[in-house]
Design a protein around this ligand. Structure first.
Ligand code: SF4
Length: 81
């Protein structure tokens, strides 16, 4: 079965909140700096986070990427084995 992950570049988040409204399962807004946090995301570099997601949630995750106004801030990618 295909595997997917959300890749989130928090460096360029402008706190537009659209992602949280679209997919609160994955996103919450940080009360300190107003940027989004990827819930349970694993930090892989400075302000870059990843979260593996089951295929059933890919559409929901992609919706949150689509509504984000910052290009490349949220990506949903297939994990290559
Ligand atoms: S929609 Fe994009 S810019 Fe807005 S809070 Fe979410 S990640 Fe940040």
């Amino acid at each position: 079965m295909a595997r997917y992950k959300i890749v989130y570049n928090r460096n360029i988040c402008i706190g537009a909140v659209a992602c949280e409204a679209q997919a609160p399962r994955f996103w919450e807004i940080d009360s300190e700096d107003g940027k989004a946090n990827l819930k349970n995301g694993k930090k892989i570099a400075h302000e870059i986070f990843e979260l593996e997601i089951p295929e059933e949630f890919v559409k929901e995750a992609q919706n949150s990427a689509d509504v984000c106004p910052v290009a490349g801030c949220i990506k949903v990618v297939k994990i290559e084995d």
